[in-house]
Design a protein around this ligand. Sequence first.
Ligand SMILES: [Zn+2]
Length: 308
Amino acid sequence: MTTALITHADCLTHVTPDGHPERVARLEHVLHALEPLDLTRVTAPLAAEDDILRIHPASYLADLRRNRPAEGFYQIDGDTFLSPGSLDAAFRAAGACVRAVDMVLGGEVGNAFCAVRPPGHHAETDTSMGFCLFGNAALAAKHAVDHHGLSRVAVVDFDVHHGNGTQDILWDEPRALVITSQQMPLWPGTGRADETGAHGNVLNLPLAPDTGGIEMRAVWRNHAFPRLRSFRPELIIISAGFDAHMDDPLAQLNWETDDFAWITAELCAVAAEVCQGRVVSTLEGGYDLNALAASARAHVQELIRAAT
Ligand SMILES: [Zn+2]
């Protein structure tokens, strides 16, 4: 079995103002770093409107369409912008995640990485925020349970920021377990350990600033992986943010590139035990271009190793 790399050039047409950390060059660096790897390369489709409406109300989608600028930018909040290409990019990002779930559950590939932007894990049910428009990982989870009929799907999120959007969308979804570690305190401010979901289906693992891979590994080994194993998901979806890297400018965790390889390998090991290795990963944050590229490459190399 192989690893799918799912992306689309439209994801480069979502433009942000000069100096914005979530910029086109991020994806260009990731794709360049993945060029030498042996991957099944897949063009991301546009998500169907019905896919988006699994997790966002029609009014939310209508607002985004109405606010899409013909030129320049529409500013949604302090750090979230629409450019003329943003919705095409967002529909490709969401479509990549849907396609990834279809390919992995259909046995076409062993696992999949969606190299997409805008990222998704801060987009709440009816609120764009934190550079995110559609909840890509949550959508993948909903697609897996609603369309494919899975009984249990896990979303794990190691981005340095709390995946508030994924938590919001899946808060009342008993078929989905959400496990997320994040620096705390840090924007967006949510993700305390006592936020546990409507059905006890959310596990938040706050990490203190200036901690590194040793602390992270202990928390995931002692709390995240046992919970994941006991839940026995039929699919594991990864919100793969690489901004916990020590070189990242937006946060203060000190993970090294090898920590991203480690957590990926461990997640793939759990997947091999409980769900035939079925993993779908989607790009979230990571704002130092070199650290992002190296960490994403390390992540995907572990996916490839697990799939073969
Ligand atoms: Zn982040």
